[in-house]
Design a protein around this ligand. Structure first.
Ligand code: COA
Length: 263
């Protein structure tokens, strides 16, 4: 089981982010996203710390920032030579999202013998299978320690076919500091459905299961999800689970290279 996934530079970045966990415990404006540091609460006094991390890692996440302000903010605080990549923002209160997700769970029937699990401490085989499916669907997987339970509280959902093959996965993560502006908000994502099983409701089901089981086993007051602007299936999946699109905001990842870091 690889601890980290990607090329040498990505592996080194994921290891560095893990090493910063102690520092982040006292810095609510940062959040360990596993593959990236999220700078949750941009402020003039903490931008120098964020710049140092961005320059070391070659990338930085900016969750839920005003759509119109990203380029100017990056230019002002990071300087030239950075490429912003954007994801749409979906938000919901737990009280609104959970009843909708329960309806989704009741409405999607799995074929005979297929199994669902939602675990806080994934075993090595599950971690391997989830990472492989995420890579196959174009997503950057969480490092193994997240799914093992050694990072921010994370719940992993797996749906397996009768023969044991992993066909869908999703994740729920309490990655934001309790004292940050997203204290109490869970991040739900990394939803992947095997290409041979798309369009049968598995994405909606996996996503809904992450919300319901994550809330039950970890707890939260609200949920957040992101989707690439052109990922219609993901937009519909998230909307079907009761979250609302907030087009005035974006999740931005700024990178040193022009490559988009995940789907
Ligand atoms: C996004 C993804 C998880 C959806 O899984 P899925 O099992 O195919 O989706 P579902 O069958 O549950 O359908 C979910 C909704 O999307 C719609 N949908 C599914 N595929 C679609 C497509 N290709 N185009 C447009 N809408 C689509 C469905 O009609 C449904 O909407 P509805 O409830 O309003 O009818 C899957 O396409 C995938 O693994 N993509 C690659 C990884 C990815 O992008 N993950 C999301 C990251 S945020």
């Amino acid at each position: 089981m690889p601890e980290y996934v990607g090329d040498d530079a990505l592996v080194a970045t994921q290891a560095r982010i893990r090493d910063r966990q102690g520092r982040f415990a006292n810095a609510p404006w940062f959040s360990n996203g596993g593959r990236i540091v999220n700078y949750v609460d941009p402020k003039p006094e903490t931008w120098p710390q964020a710049r140092e991390i961005a320059e070391t890692d070659g990338l930085l996440g900016l969750p839920c920032v005003p759509r119109d302000g990203v380029e100017a903010m990056v230019e002002t605080h990071l300087g030239p030579g950075w490429t912003p990549h954007y994801w749409e923002v979906f938000l919901g209160e737990a009280a609104d999202v959970l009843p909708v997700c329960k309806e989704v769970i009741d409405s999607v029937a799995l074929p005979d013998g297929w199994q669902v699990k939602a675990v806080l401490r994934a075993d090595p085989d599950t971690v391997d299978a989830v990472q492989a499916l995420n890579v196959a669907t174009g997503l950057a997987p969480y490092p193994a320690y997240f799914m093992r339970g050694d990072g921010p509280l994370t719940l992993t959902v797996v749906i397996r076919a009768r023969d044991g093959r992993l066909v869908a996965t999703s994740s729920y993560c309490m990655r934001y500091h309790a004292q940050s502006r997203f204290g109490g908000i869970a991040f739900v994502g990394l939803v992947s459905v095997d290409a041979s099983c798309r369009g049968m409701g598995l994405g909606k089901l996996a996503n809904a299961l992450a919300h319901v089981h994550g809330h039950r086993q970890i707890g939260c007051s609200g949920m957040m999800q992101f989707a690439a602007p052109d990922n219609t299936a993901s937009h519909r999946m998230i909307g079907a689970c009761g979250l609302t699109h907030h087009p005035e905001q974006v999740f931005a990842i700024v990178t040193r290279t022009t490559d988009r870091p995940s789907r």
